[in-house]
Design a protein. Structure first.
Length: 297
């Protein structure tokens, strides 16, 4: 293994551990103390812990092992081994936070939410942020703990009705509904779980896709050369000319494409307006930009 690949693997597993710590913290600090049962294997393990007080981390592994065995033939041993390492790390991280965080739920709920009896909405929000960070790191650095995502892939292969996402959603929904009915007076868990899942999905998207620090701009104009020369000479950004054709007038049009930082968008718009008031400008978010002037590819 060369140095570059070794560094990549070390980085992958370092962020996997960080993701596991973040995900496990959401369970131990926010969700379990408030009896909030989210989806997935971790949600099922949390439910068992709430009902029996048995270790959550143990059941994260126990519930995942049959799924990993089931997926061995379809996914291959390398993928399954990676999943098992992540599952074991998540289990250890959960037990670590269980050991670090005081067992006094009332004290923890008041300290973390500011309310003596806790606040399930805030717990769902904070828990969703931490889970989203964990899931985002798993996706970005290509690690997986198996769980309902892997189970959904496997059941979709056996019963190809709907999409894989549909199968995963059914399993996650079943865990959430089970949590609502197995814990007394916990029907609102369904609503709290929706907040948790929504926030988690949004945060994980931000981790994977970035925070939109750049804008992708298309400028459709009859003065493409003039505008391109001005932008190149007055800003550090490159410009690419695409050949276009206006389908209403059936006339050739220049389409300039450029990517700029957020703070440069006002200059670009005012410059285009000054050079061609009839230009058509499209500005959209560019979540990830690699190359000169931005991030190294």
């Amino acid at each position: 293994m060369n140095k570059k690949k070794l560094y990549s693997e070390i980085k992958r597993y370092a962020f996997m551990v960080l993701g596991c710590l973040s995900y496990a913290l959401s369970l131990e600090a926010f969700l379990i103390p408030h009896s909030i049962v989210g989806g997935g294997v971790s949600g099922a393990a949390s439910l068992i812990h709430i009902l029996t007080n048995l270790p959550t981390g143990v059941f994260i592994v126990a519930l995942n092992v049959p799924i990993l065995i089931f997926g061995f033939k379809k996914m291959g041993w390398k993928f399954i081994v990676r999943c098992f390492i992540t599952t074991a790390c998540l289990s250890l991280a959960t037990e670590f936070w269980d050991w670090v965080i005081p067992n006094d739920n009332e004290f923890m709920m008041e300290m973390l939410t500011g309310f003596k009896d806790g606040n399930p909405i805030l717990a769902s929000l904070y828990g969703g942020i931490l889970q989203g960070i964990g899931i985002g790191l798993f996706i970005k650095y290509e690690t997986s703990s198996g769980g309902t995502e892997l189970l959904g892939r496997l059941t979709h292969g056996l019963l190809p009705i709907g999409t894989i996402a549909t199968h995963v959603a059914i399993f996650d929904g079943a865990v959430v509904i089970l949590g609502a009915f197995c814990i007394a007076d916990n029907l609102p868990n369904i609503l709290y779980a929706l907040i948790l899942i929504f926030v988690s999905a949004k945060v994980s998207d931000l981790i994977v896709m970035g925070f939109g620090h750049a804008k992708l701009c298309y400028i459709i104009t009859n003065k493409a050369e003039e505008i391109a020369d001005f932008l190149i000479s007055h800003s550090p950004r490159g410009v690419t000319l695409l050949d276009g054709k206006g389908m209403y007038a059936k006339q050739p049009r220049g389409v300039l494409m450029t990517c700029v930082k957020n703070k440069q968008i006002s200059f670009l718009k005012s410059s285009v307006k000054e050079l061609d008031e009839n230009a058509f400008v499209i500005v959209c978010d560019a979540n990830e930009v690699y190359g000169k002037g931005f991030h190294k590819i």
